[in-house]
Design a protein around this ligand. Structure first.
Ligand SMILES: [Zn+2]
Length: 257
């Protein structure tokens, strides 16, 4: 039994047969709604929030399990806002794949995944890398179809950083607005021009990355841009929950659903 099957079986048992993965044998039943979506060893709990007075088609994502501030802010947000959130189940930054690890925000292109796999699993053979890349190729589109919004709906991904900042993205972006030079760790990265125009007029730092200026690093924002979807990364320094909450509230109030 491979690791995936083992996971699936355990989840199946844990949820008393109500199913937890997209490949569940129950997926054809009308009442069945997945509680989880996975790619390789990256597993995301699906949190659905429906407030009667304020329905929303917004989607949210916590992709890095170790970003504790973003996790807290997002889960708190879902108690008072409608939408669907995909929340990393583990608490580590990397996720298991075969006998190794990968950065989950580098899985979305073969090139990005290869760089991440080679750097995180230096002892792997070329065959092991190739097998992991083939596994991702086989699961990627199904996963993206499950989590990415459709049409003009918005997805907001919450991240935390320690070193990384607006200064890293500014030179490789289509446009940038350095609105808050005193806190470059807090910024928006978006893929849609209209969203950028709104965010650039906010009190916060913002960059637009709609065109591909650098090689595809396998991040989800690149895939969203390639699909011409509305996607916003909301970055703040780890621990700065107040700032992340404030910026998320700004998005809710100012960006169209
Ligand atoms: Zn992150």
């Amino acid at each position: 039994m491979n690791q995936r099957d083992d996971y699936s079986r355990r989840e199946f048992l844990a949820f008393g047969g109500a199913a937890a993965v997209l490949r569940s044998p129950f997926h054809h039943l009308p009442w069945w709604r997945p509680k989880e979506v996975a790619i390789a060893g990256a597993r995301f709990q699906i949190v659905r929030s429906k407030l009667k007075h304020k329905p929303s088609r917004r989607r949210y994502l916590l992709i890095h399990g170790d970003e504790q501030t973003a996790r807290e802010v997002l889960l708190q947000h879902m108690r008072t806002h409608s939408g669907v959130a995909f929340v990393a189940e583990g608490t580590t930054r990397t996720v298991p794949i075969a006998s190794g690890q990968i950065d989950p925000n580098r899985m979305f292109s073969r090139r990005g995944a290869e760089i991440s796999l080679k750097s995180l699993n230096p002892n792997w053979t070329a065959e092991q890398v190739g097998a992991a890349l083939d596994l991702l190729d086989g699961e990627r589109e199904r996963f993206l179809d499950a989590i990415l919004p459709s049409g003009r709906d918005l997805m907001v991904a919450l991240h935390n950083n320690t070193e990384y900042s607006f200064a890293d993205e500014e030179p490789v972006s289509d446009r940038s607005a350095r609105n808050q030079p005193g806190d470059l760790h807090a910024f928006f990265l978006c893929t849609d021009l209209a969203d950028y125009q709104a965010l650039a007029a906010s009190p916060y730092n913002a960059v637009l990355q709609a065109r591909m200026r650098t090689p595809d690093d396998g991040s989800l924002s690149r895939r969203a841009a390639a699909r011409r979807l509305r996607y916003v990364n909301l970055e703040v320094k780890e621990g700065d929950a107040a700032r992340q909450r404030e910026m998320l509230d700004w998005v809710e109030a100012h960006l169209p659903e």
